[in-house]
Structure formats: C-alpha cells, structure tokens
Ligand binder design. Sequence first.
Ligand code: GDP
Ligand code: IMO
Ligand code: MG
Length: 431
Amino acid sequence: MTERLSRWRGTNVVLDTTWGDSGKGKLVDVMAQRAKMVVRFNGGPNAGHTVKNEHGEFKFHQIPSGIFNPEAISVIAQTVAVNPNVLLGEIAELKAKGIEVSKANLLVSEEAHLIMPWHIQRDRLRETARGEEKIGTTGQGIGPVFADRTERVGLKVKDILDPRLPEILAKELAWQEKLTQLMLDTSEPQYDYDSILEDLRKAADTLAPIISQVLPLIRLFHKRGNNILGEGAQGALLDLDLGGYPFVTSTHPTLSGFSQATGIYANISRIIGVTKAYQTRVGEGPMPTELENEIGATLRERGKEYGATTGRPRRCGWIDIPAIRYGAMISGVKSLAITKLDVLDSFDEIRICAAYRDHGHDYKFGYPDTMARAVPIYINLKGWREDTSGAKDIRSLPEKCSFYLTTIQELVGLPVEFVSVGPERNQSIYL
Ligand code: GDP
Ligand code: IMO
Ligand code: MG
C-alpha cells in the first residue's frame, strides 16, 4: 500500500471480512469517485448493497455501487449470476432518478449465467425440504444457478441476444422439466415457455447495448494502470470453500473471487476488509457473539439491521475478532474499514470478543469449524456515550472511541484506514 485511501490508485479491492452487510456499498460509492472501472465480481442478487448520496437511497443487488461516477465504467463480471428482471428494475430505478445508464457506464458480461424462475423455485423448495437444517438462503436462486454452472448447463447472458433463443430456451426448459420431474414433486407448476421467452426478449431489448465481453477491457485497464475498484459481495465467512460450510453461499467473496473474475493476480495495491463495529449475520449457522437479548435488539434497532434483499432481521452481537482474523486471512485483506461506529454511541459498556474458548484452550483465530462450540472471551470497555455521526476526522472522535478503534486494530493486527460514522458519503473519516 503506497498512498492514503483518499488518494487511492491502481487496483483496489473492497471485501467483507465476516458475514456481509458491513457497508461495502457505501465504501464503494465513496471510493468510486476516483475509479475508472468498478467490477462486481461474485454472487448475484443475493447481495444488497446500500448507497446513500445526493441522488437518494439505493439498494443494489446487481449493479455495481460505483454507478454514480459518470466517468467510470461499472462491470458485472462473468462470475456473477444475473437475474435479468432484477437488473432491468435497477436500470429503470436509476433512469427514473435521472442517472444515465448506457454502455459508457455499465457493462454486463455475456458469459455470466442467467437466473431463471426454476432456480428460484429450486432454492425455495430445497430450503423447505431441509426444514430445521435449512441454510437460510436469500431465496434468489443462487445455489441452483451455480450448481447448473458447475454442471455446465443453463443459459448465459449472451443467449438472450442469440437469434436461436426460442430453440435454446425450449431445449433448456425441456431439460429443466426433466430434472424437476426426477427431483421434485411432479405437482409443481410447469414453466410457461411463452411468458419466459417474452421476458427474455424484453430483457434483450434493454440489455443488448450493454452486453459485452468484459475481460479484454478489464485487462486493458489493468495494463494501463487505470484505477480499478473490485466490489465484493457477501463476506469471507460465507465463502463456499473456506467459509463455514454448509452455511455459506455458492461463490467466493474473497480475493480469489476477484482474481477468478478478472484474471488479475498481481499488481493489486489495496485489499481492504470492511468490518462492522459490531457483528451481524443473516441466515443460519454459528455466530459466537450473537446476543439474543436487549443489547442485540438495541444494536438491531440503532443499526437498522434488516436485510437489504430479504428484509429479514439480522442477528446482532459484539464484534468478533477471531472471526475477523480468519476472514481477513482467507481474503488476503491488508487493511480495515470500520463501519457503523455511530451505532455504538449509546452504549455504557462495549464488549470485544478477543478470543474463543474451546475445550479449556483459548484461540485467537476463528476457524469456522470451531465456531459452533466456541465460547467468546470478552474484553469490556467503557462506552463513549457521545454522538459521533458528525465527526469529520479521527481527532474529533471521543477518546474512548479512539481507544476502541485502536484496540480492534491491535487485536486484528491490521491497520484501520477508514471509519464510517453514518450512511452518507460525508460521514467518512480517513486515517
Ligand atoms: P453491504 O451489503 O455491505 O453493502 O451493506 P448493506 O447495505 O447490506 O448494509 C449496511 C447498512 O448500513 C445500510 O443500510 C447502509 O446505509 C448503512 N450504513 C453504512 N455505513 C453506515 C454507518 O457508518 N453508520 C450507519 N448508521 N449506517 C451505515
Ligand atoms: P451482501 O453482499 C449477508 C447469506 C444468506 C445465507 C447464505 C446463503 O449484501 O453483504 P444464498 O442466497 O447466497 O444462497 O444464501 O448467505 N447471504 C448474505 N448475508 N449479506 C449478503 O450479501 C448475503 N448474501 C448471501 O443469508 O445465510
Ligand atoms: Mg448487504
């Protein structure tokens, strides 16, 4: 890392160190003002990235959060699953608010997989069938679409521009119905070929100009040293391979996901891990610091912790350092952005989980397989009980608040470069 975050250049990647929803959308919107290219590189419409700026409040599921910089090109990489209806809805919302969307500022990889109605249906049915053992997915068809990709079936974005779309769709539908009959209760509704074809043709009308090969452009920007910003979705502990399986998503929210999407393995100047000042998780799976009490409820209310995609209440608890250390390690994170610090303004006492105790031993590193039985070991700090939401620099934060940040920095072992004290762009502190 050579320069301060406020003057970032080269290729920078924004990731989440734990279970998502840390404010990646906000940081990407802020950083994108210096970007020439912003790449959404994993997941799909399971993500909900909130951006609040002079244009209003937006919750992006598909479009990169850098879209408000008219000088930058936002790219949906081929490793992202695309639901054309969700994408069309977001383009329409931006246009309604006066934001131009064209191939000059948005490109969708032609090689990305399409999320179809049967993926969403399969996701829902599988979750219901799992009962108590459900994953708590977002219901956006993510598991099924990436299962199809791995099985090497399914439609790609480029298929909607293919003159043979009617035949391609008919073949895919026949295949999916065969699978459905094999796998599911045959009383499930059959898919309506005509209406699906019409939907795809409508999507093609709007999307045709922005569907493109994106890799050559990404490579060119990287070679030229243009500012590229990677926007991760989800969080490291939801990584399919290195997260807490099976309570994970189906892609790679880590640096490897960025490299897989872009072919960029070297000359990455910054990998910044976005970390909430406390912990949240949505969906099932272990969460050692979860507070199912009044404190958890206060965090939820003050932090407005309800899912941006599903509206589900998020599980809340104190910051979990062992989880962050593990997440930062598997994502290659080199520095931290601490967000939602203002949410802690009202607490008399604030706790930090510094280690896990398991079978009489203390661990500073939170491997996911230990989380289900980990007992959090806390450090207790006095709260600052002052409004931080107007703080403009690190010196204007209360002393106890700075001590909280320093303690996190020391326990994680990574420098804090950015602190967020509210959802708006100007509620940002660079260190
Ligand atoms: P993402 O998925 O990582 O982009 O995060 P989400 O958008 O799902 O959730 C973050 C939520 O917190 C959004 O509602 C943001 O507007 C809000 N937010 C972001 N940063 C801050 C902050 O520093 N303070 C407060 N109070 N809210 C914030
Ligand atoms: P952003 O990008 C938080 C969680 C789901 C579930 C698991 C699998 O906004 O941070 P999936 O639908 O992907 O098959 O669900 O992953 N999950 C998220 N949690 N933020 C997200 O995205 C998430 N995307 C998926 O709740 O536990
Ligand atoms: Mg989110």
